[in-house]
Design a protein around this ligand. Structure first.
Ligand SMILES: [Zn+2]
Length: 293
């Protein structure tokens, strides 16, 4: 891989990403909420995305919204308001099924359907894809063949950590070409004690004190000289969301921990770093970089 130009936290623009799905669609709830019941649930994504759009506008930040086809189909005005505000519309697949649970044909259908739907609604090319629950790893690298064939130009689907639900700890930590014309941009980890620690958002950001997250992003910018990739979900700022009954303790903790404080933490994060869209940060790279995997 070619050496990145020298830079620091003051000059590096980090990628801000939002996975647009509702609280009842998270993979950890799949054993408790039947897919066929999604339409019966109170939908809160429109209101929560509106709050996010206001937050970003206040900080004059553009972000990338990895949007579920299922959501886009039901809330076309939501998609249009994301695009109208200058953000990048990207794909989170259609039905929030883990890539690792699908056949190659079913995965191709899902990512093609989402791309077509989002492009029809927005009138713009959809370049980016993020797999639900970072579900691309050593067991299904064929997914990159499908993404390249469907015309995606980058993916942000690998989490280079050890985790019980996802992860590919030996994957490169930063952007790398995985197929001709297809860049993989892993979400951010911190390299410490010969291990990669999760540093990019979601439940870890809610769990850790804000100062720890800020320190980790600074390390990535200052020591690794790389842009960080941060992610969160609309339901992670919604302390009023309906509680799902009967779930196991670990799932309950991971989903609800510190949701009531998260919006204020995001305000701080947006103020402390420079943020931008995935496509603008990563798609102008040297096309001769080494292809891995
Ligand atoms: Zn998701």
């Amino acid at each position: 891989m070619s050496a990145p130009p020298a830079a620091s936290a003051a000059t590096i623009t980090n990628a801000l990403t939002i996975d647009v799905e509702d609280y009842f669609q998270v993979s950890a709830f799949a054993p408790y909420i039947a897919r066929g019941d999604w339409d019966l649930r109170e939908c809160r994504v429109e209101h929560n995305v509106q709050r996010i759009l206001e937050l970003l506008d206040r900080h004059r930040v553009h972000a990338t919204f990895f949007t579920l086809g299922w959501i886009a189909q039901r809330y076309p005005a939501l998609v249009r308001s994301i695009v109208a505000a200058g953000h990048e519309l990207a794909s989170h697949g259609y039905g929030h099924e883990r890539a690792s649970d699908l056949s190659k044909a079913a995965f191709s259908d899902d990512i093609g359907r989402a791309k077509g739907l989002l492009e029809d609604l927005s009138g713009q090319e959809v370049k980016g894809y993020r797999a639900p629950s970072f579900s691309i790893g050593v067991g299904n690298l064929w997914a990159f063949d499908c993404l390249a064939a469907a015309g995606y130009r980058y993916s942000s689907s690998i989490y280079p950590i050890q985790h019980d639900h996802y992860g590919m700890p030996d994957a490169p930590r930063f952007a790398h070409y995985v197929r001709e014309g297809l860049l993989e941009v892993p979400v951010t980890t911190l390299r410490m004690l010969k291990r990669n620690l999760p540093a990019s958002g979601g439940g870890y950001f809610r769990l850790l004190p804000y100062g720890v997250s800020r320190w980790m992003f600074r390390r990535v910018n200052d020591s690794d000289k790389q842009a960080a990739v941060f992610y969160f979900h609309p339901w992670e700022i919604d302390s009023e969301q309906p509680r799902i009954a009967g779930i196991d303790r670990k799932t309950r903790f991971r989903h609800y921990v510190n949701i009531d404080r998260n919006f204020a933490k995001l305000e701080q994060l947006l103020g402390d770093f420079s943020w931008g869209r995935m496509d603008r940060i990563f798609l102008n790279r040297d096309a001769n970089e080494v292809c891995v995997g």
